[in-house]
Design a protein around this ligand. Structure first.
Ligand code: 5AD
Length: 362
């Protein structure tokens, strides 16, 4: 069955680890039919790279999902405007601050405010909210993930004290982008946003779902090319998961294997990058988070939202928000980490660029 010359995959992994080299054909091979041993070699290399750079410490972010009201209608997303079944909520500033207070006590030093594109949480509101968090918790980082805004808005949020911004590009292939989004949205604007964020000095996160409808190895390669050009500080990837209230209700979930292999590839390409083991990964597989870390992830983002409300931020079916996925589940999370020899870091966990590439090929 296997016609590949022996050792070819191992050579690819070796070159990738040693100097971050990955050719298109090699990427296709790595994502294809490799043996379980070869796959383990890939995970192991990524894990070693992570450990060398971050010392088996995992950064912690408290995720506060501040509104599930969204003016957009992305075909994959459970909180899309067109999903009339979704029970909508919007948090007040006081509620958000109460979550931060709780998070601070639990040891969180980064607060991530994520939400749909909710027109009522307008620029002045976001600015004042960011400023209030920064004032109360001067040692903490504020990350925003509020979608596409004007450069001017991003500038204002930055001035108010936001340090980081997460905005996945979702796909770098224009045709694929059209398959995932309604005509009023555009890949050009997404990319404009990401460029603006970088230029304004945000630690910027981008990324894509793995296994979204219409995605192929070719589009994933385009994603890698886009990431290479953008040079984000953070990369969020997780499996695409079906939501029953979307036009993609009868599509398939993304695969665990591809997600884990891509985590490893990204880690080896970008040893310094902040790479979360996402909630979607945990939702797809009961050990997802652990497997993500063992494939090279170095960030976890437990849910710091309000119990009773956080269930409503349903991007996909069965999205987890309890146990290890919840801020209160920190002990449980720590135990899991302990089992695999990792600890949680209590630092802000900012991106830090290390000297060029640590292990250049001789
Ligand atoms: N499955 C997995 N991830 C999803 N997202 C949105 N909908 C889904 C889904 N059905 C991701 C998108 C978005 C992030 C906040 O959540 O990539 O950028």
């Amino acid at each position: 069955m296997i016609f590949r010359e022996d050792g070819k995959i191992r050579d690819i992994i070796r070159r990738l680890s040693a100097c971050g080299e990955l050719k298109r054909q090699d990427f296709f091979l790595l994502m294809g039919d490799i043996s379980p041993e070869e796959e383990q070699t890939l995970f192991q290399a990524a894990r070693a790279c992570s450990a060398e750079r971050f010392g088996r410490k995992i950064y912690l972010r408290g995720l506060i999902e501040i509104s599930n009201i969204c003016k957009n209608n992305c075909y994959y997303c459970g909180i899309r405007r067109g999903n009339k079944e979704a029970e909508r909520y919007r948090m007040s500033r006081e509620e958000i601050l109460a979550c931060c207070c709780n998070g601070y006590r639990l040891g969180f030093r980064t607060f991530v405010l994520q939400g749909g594109e909710d027109p009522l949480q307008d620029d002045p509101w976001v600015e004042d909210t960011v400023a209030a968090i920064r004032e109360r918790y001067p040692g903490c980082a504020v990350t925003l993930s509020l979608g596409e805004k004007s450069r001017e808005s991003y500038k204002r949020f930055r001035r108010a004290g936001a340090d980081r911004y997460l905005l996945r590009h979702e796909t770098a292939d224009p045709r694929h982008y059209r398959q995932l989004h309604p005509p009023e949205m555009s890949l050009e604007n997404r990319m404009r946003c990401l460029r603006d964020l970088k230029e304004l000095g945000y630690q910027t996160g981008t990324g894509m779902m793995i296994g979204s409808p219409g995605q192929t190895l070719e589009t994933l390669w385009e994603d890698l090319e886009f990431i290479r050009r953008l040079r984000p500080e953070m990369i969020g990837i997780g499996p695409y998961l079906v939501h029953h209230g979307t036009p993609f209700a009868d599509q398939k979930n993304g695969s665990l294997t591809w997600t884990l292999r891509l985590l490893s590839v990204l880690r080896l390409l970008y040893p310094d990058v902040l790479l979360p083991a996402t909630t979607a990964l945990s939702t797809l597989h009961p050990e997802g988070r652990k497997l993500g870390i063992l494939a090279g992830a170095n960030v976890v983002m437990p849910n710091l939202g309000m119990p009773g409300q956080r269930e409503k931020y349903e991007l996909y079916d069965h999205k987890l928000c309890a146990g290890q996925e919840a801020a209160e589940g920190r002990k449980e999370l720590e135990n899991m980490m302990g089992q695999i020899g990792y600890t949680l870091s209590e630092s802000r966990g900012d991106f830090q660029e290390h000297s060029p590439r640590c292990r250049k090929e001789e």
